[in-house]
Ligand binder design. Sequence first.
Ligand code: MG
Length: 391
Amino acid sequence: MKHNRRDFLKRSSVLAGSAVAGSAVAGSAIAASLVTVPMAEAAPVRRGAKPRMTLRFRAYTIQLRHVFTIATSSRTTTPVVLTEIEYDGITGYGEASMPPYLGESHESATAFLSKVDLSRYENPFELETILHDIDALAPGNPAAKAAVDIALHDLVGRMLRQPWYNIWGFDAAKTPHTSFTIGIDTQDVVRQKTVEAAEYKVLKVKLGRDTDKMMVETIRSVTDKPITADVNQGWKDRAVALDMLHWLHEKNVVMVEQPLPKEQVDDLAWLTERSPVPIIGDEGVQRLADIPKAKGVYSGINIKLMKCTGMREAHKMIVLARSLGMKVMLGCMTETSCGISAASHLSPMVDWADLDGALLISNDVYDGTQVLDGKVTLRNRPGIGVKKLKG
Ligand code: MG
């Protein structure tokens, strides 16, 4: 048993991965070095040998520009894990972003990624097989799985020398405007953030506390542009919620995310039937298999790569939701431009985009999809379209 464990540690560099995660938590995230899994695959490919994929990953902590408060929590940092998959001299980039309330962490993601052995696949183009196997490695871990999915998509796009919006057949000109999120705060801060957000055509306001009407009225004292609202399960009573939805509709709030706790399925269906604005499921809809039972409960779904294991499943979710006549929103966590760029290639297909995650952070690691004049603006670069900025 002891011997097996030592072999396993040697093979998967769990020890190195843990040390990296630990140092990142302690605040020296940038200094964390790349961890190669398995180490043996990092060696130069022998002449004549078939190239194989190598996965590397490192823990990193992104810093938020402002304290970010939603109905249930506040924070100033988000733990992420950055991945790279190298094959035949080409490198694809990926990311797992893990807000603490969702249950994943530096430790859980590095432990999961230590189990991933991409060297056994000869052909990186076999996305369906490879990513099915990754998903089957362990339950949960959607962000860690997305970190492999995104890097593999980036690698394949670079090998094809095409951006993913082209591979999927989407029109890059049809990207939506992204909303810009205003967290729960004091009246003065909300007013100031609304003024600063002049570039954005849609604002997203976080609700779910007893300051809801103040938040919306403060924004309305500055601008009449459309607002989307995210309650993050913060309301509990469906009749009170319906009154609020009518009030919000009068204030030109055009859509509301997760007004009630996800467990109140019957109340959500009751509310969706009567609501003057579309009701979007976020916390209540994680993955592809959740969509059929979300029909009738919500008007639409909020797809996030970090909830659904990445680009492959997100694409399937859009197709399925559309086939059921549901609306689609594309969201994000606080992420670097890597995760945001990956999601942005799907954005020509959605009703609403909330892809402001990289705009809220101060230590981005990549240059990728931009927000220009409030519009998601894809780069004509292969893969997910990112360039590494540092480290
Ligand atoms: Mg939400």
